[in-house]
Design a protein around this ligand. Structure first.
Ligand code: 26V
Length: 801
């Protein structure tokens, strides 16, 4: 780009004047942020237009990533980096006496996602743009993102996330590209030219208005689009007549009802509830996305039968799986194709990623609700199912399989089945996860469609999670191996020999310490936390979920505390345990876990006898921007889910990339991390998938055995019920029950001894600082394979073709 420091300064000054009629000297940080963001959007807009033109002129195949969630976080920093003007901007602002870090803090996170699934979508957008792939996002512009978590008296309190309040500089409202969405009503059939036609009438029609955000590729002039839809009433004009008739509140109620569709992100990623609003959200953004894709496609003047050659649609979990039926509807009812042609196009366009085998998260909709809201779509689903059932019956001659594989059953519509049948590719997100899908959870479907299932291990964008989040380490890497790792992350492997270089190791350790000091200062200023930057930073950051076993981590801390109380001279390396986790507002036990963590933290942190040897901190409101702060200073990465339960994990990749040692079960992508770094550079513990499956099959696990035979477990569990934690004895009785009376579904007690041993191993490994640093560097060196650039290349070549 043709920008230098001086032009940048001029442009920035002009912006402030144009937007606010202010000089730099008198403007607030907030105004400076908005001026800067607006300027950057200006810089990107030319390439945005050019990219779109190029895609159209070359008739390039377009990929659309359909996702209910895009957890993109802040954009200022990554846009500056990707445009290649970070240094210019930094120097210019410094000369103007402006601190860029401070300005960045003004930006609200776009928290339009719950956790891993939404963040994956954001990483994929960055990688597609940076690889110059024509890939765009399609989702919902929620007025409120994931709630802000406050901790009050140790409890999680949810506060709404009004992220758009100050305005959003990155988006462009495209009212001229709005489309209509129909809900409810009836369907009648007529004959037209010898063909059955389906007519929808008496529907409720609403407007979907797109807001486009540029997705800027790294140093390559590609600018893709994230299109998020907002729900609005068809007629936005103030209805003066109804106001005069005294029906004003009725009219505003109606408006609110429609707008509620894109009002708020569902904050629960642990349990599917048959809520009609969520089904509306799903149809809303799927239908809007497909209509706009079809509209663009027609401009290419290609026959509709070639649609799948120019368009690929990827559905992120089952949430957008109505795309299968909606695309069929558009092709048959609007484009007049036959069922067979429409089906060929649909199944060759759509591909599906599965992100969980947890049965409580699998989406199923009650038939009557579905039918009432989407009568025509229901007819199409019925027909897809009728054909599927016939084929299954023919192939397997087994009625049990017919029942098991049916899309419609038990009064419900099974969205995963719809997604599998309507896609040409179904992928899992890590090797183990895909194996479990193919040979267990979805075995019937894998037998039925032997070539459909495949693995695409998740990845993370190393540009945000290393280049941006850890600038000091990035500089050291670039000094040592050059900067080609930024475009080719596999090149990070060239760092490996540096693990043997004493002076490199010293620099590496120094950066980790500096990051820890910076975070400690931030945490002191923000939360009043007193953190010892010389202690080991042990980090578990992820959603709070029983299967992720934050409890196991905490039980080791409680045991360590007991040992320290018994022997204040116990020789351990000082350790600071960090937790960051949001619980779904209706997830009762998860919230109790947060209270327990905070209760134990309070007790330990305020015990003078412990003398700061261990400390526990719960970091409130874990989010993308907080992750960017804590991950670069982590030294131990807690990845301790029950084997088979964590589909992949992506935090595990971010932490290894920043030089933390992984403490893990053999679950999800942890297995692939171990394979990459080698057994000597990771600490593995816990029961394996075989043991878990065996326990489950034979019902042979009895958590009481562990309670009765391990005095440490007994002491911990008893302390949940007596007064030793300083709270009412009922406070944690439900956690206690989940572990004993309800037989500890996630094998926390089973893995306790093994976990304590693994934690002790971490302590002893850390005593050999040379070897520790070596291991950390080997982790960074091997993290390139987990860049989402690699993942996206595989999607591109093997699925989107
Ligand atoms: C599930 C549900 C259930 C129904 C209600 C709403 C809702 C919203 C989100 C989800 C997502 C659950 C699946 C999920 O997040 N899976 C995570 O995906 C990550 C990216 O592939 C992966 O790394 C994690 O292991 C996996 O748990």
């Amino acid at each position: 780009m043709l920008i230098n420091k001086e032009t940048f300064k001029q442009d920035f000054r002009k912006k402030l004047i144009n937007m606010y009629a202010e000089d730099i000297e008198e403007s607030s940080n907030s105004h400076k942020y908005f001026a800067l963001a607006s300027l950057i959007r200006d810089y990107a807009s030319e390439n945005w237009l050019k990219t779109n033109k190029k895609y159209t002129n070359n008739k390039e195949k377009q990929i659309y990533y359909f996702s209910m969630e895009f957890l993109i976080g802040r954009l200022l920093h990554s846009n500056l980096l990707n445009l290649g003007i970070m240094d210019i901007c930094n120097e210019a602002l410094t000369e103007l006496n402006i601190d860029l870090d401070e300005i960045e803090e003004v930006e609200n996170d776009a928290g339009l996602g719950n956790g891993g699934l939404g963040r994956l979508a954001a990483c994929f957008l960055d990688s597609m743009a940076s690889l110059g792939i024509a890939g765009h996002g399609n989702g919902i512009r929620y007025t409120y993102g994931l709630f802000e978590q406050q901790i009050i008296d140790g409890y999680q309190v949810e506060v709404s996330d009004n992220w758009l309040k100050k305005g959003n500089m990155w988006e462009v409202r495209k009212e001229n590209k709005a489309v209509q969405i129909h809900f409810g009503g009836n369907v009648t059939t007529t004959m037209e030219n010898g063909r059955l036609k389906f007519l929808e009438h008496d529907c409720e029609t609403i407007l979907a208005v797109p807001y486009d955000t540029p997705i800027i590729g790294y140093d390559n002039s590609t600018v893709n689009t994230l299109r998020l839809w907002s729900a609005e009433p068809l007629n936005k004009d103030f209805d003066f007549a109804s106001f005069s008739r005294g029906e004003y509140s009725k009219a505003t109620e109606y408006k609110a009802l429609i707008e509620s569709i894109s009002q708020v992100l569902y904050p629960d990623d642990s349990r599917q509830e048959g809520k009609i609003l969520r089904l509306k959200q799903q149809y809303f953004f799927v239908s809007a996305g497909l209509q706009s894709i079809l509209r663009r496609y027609k401009k290419l003047k290609e026959p509709i039968n070639n649609f799948h050659k120019y368009i690929a649609i990827h559905i992120n979990d089952t949430h957008p799986s109505l795309a299968v039926a909606e695309l069929m509807r558009l092709l048959i009812d609007e484009e007049n194709l036959t069922w067979e042609d429409a089906w060929y196009i649909t199944t060759n366009t759509i591909a599906y990623t599965n992100h969980t085998i947890m049965s409580e998260a699998l989406e199923k909709w009650p038939i009557d609700m579905f039918k009432r809201l989407l009568p025509r779509i229901y007819m199409i689903v019925e027909e897809i199912n009728r054909r599927l059932v016939n084929e299954v019956r023919e192939k397997f001659k087994d009625e049990n399989k017919v029942t098991a594989m049916s899309i419609i059953g038990n009064g419900q519509i099974r969205m995963a089945h719809l997604a599998i049948v309507g896609s040409h590719s179904v992928n899992g997100v890590a090797k183990l996860h895909t194996e479990l899908l193919k040979y267990q959870e979805l075995k019937n479907f894998n037998d039925f469609y032997p070539n459909k299932f495949n693995n695409k291990t998740n990845g993370i964008t190393h540009r945000r999670w290393l280049l941006q989040a850890n600038p000091k380490l990035s500089n050291l890497i670039t000094e040592s191996i050059g900067d080609h790792w930024i475009k080719e992350p596999d090149k990070l492997i060239e760092l490996k020999p540096f693990s043997l270089d004493t002076s490199f190791r010293e620099k590496f350790d120094k950066i980790k310490l500096e990051n820890k000091i910076a975070f400690s200062n931030y945490a002191k200023a923000t939360y009043g936390m007193d953190i010892d930057p010389n202690s080991i930073f042990d980090v578990q950051v992820k959603r709070l979920h029983a299967y992720k076993r934050q409890l196991l981590n905490l039980f080791n801390i409680m045991d360590l505390y007991r040992r320290l109380k018994e022997n204040p001279n116990l020789d351990i390396i000082p350790r600071t345990f960090f937790f960051g986790a949001k619980a779904a507002p209706s997830y009762y036990l998860a919230k109790k876990n947060i209270k327990l963590i905070n209760t134990v933290a309070y007790k330990i942190n305020n015990d003078p006898q412990i003398n700061g040897k261990i400390k526990v901190f719960f970091l409130p409101n874990y989010s993308v921007s907080l992750a960017e702060k804590i991950i670069p200073c982590a030294q131990v990465s807690e990845q301790i889910s029950t084997a088979t339960k964590e589909a992949s994990g992506t935090g595990n990749m971010k932490l290894m990339m920043n030089g933390a040692l992984t403490l893990a079960t053999l679950d999800g992508a942890n297995i692939e991390i171990r394979d990459a770094v080698g057994d000597g550079n990771i600490v593995i513990f816990g029961i394996t998938k075989e043991q878990v499956l065996d326990y489950t099959k034979n019902h042979s696990y009895n958590s009481y055995e562990y309670y009765n035979n391990d005095f440490r477990i007994k002491l911990i569990l008893d302390s949940l019920l007596n007064s030793s934690l300083g709270v009412s004895p009922n406070e944690f009785s439900d956690i206690h029950n989940s572990l004993l009376k309800n037989n500890d579904e996630y094998f926390v007690l089973r893995d306790f001894a093994s976990y304590v041993e693994a934690q002790n191993k971490i302590d002893s490994l850390y005593r050999n600082r040379d070897n520790w640093s070596k291991s950390c560097i080997i982790n960074v060196a091997n993290s390139g394979i987990f860049s989402s650039d690699n993942t996206i290349k595989q999607y591109y070549e093997e699925i989107w073709k």
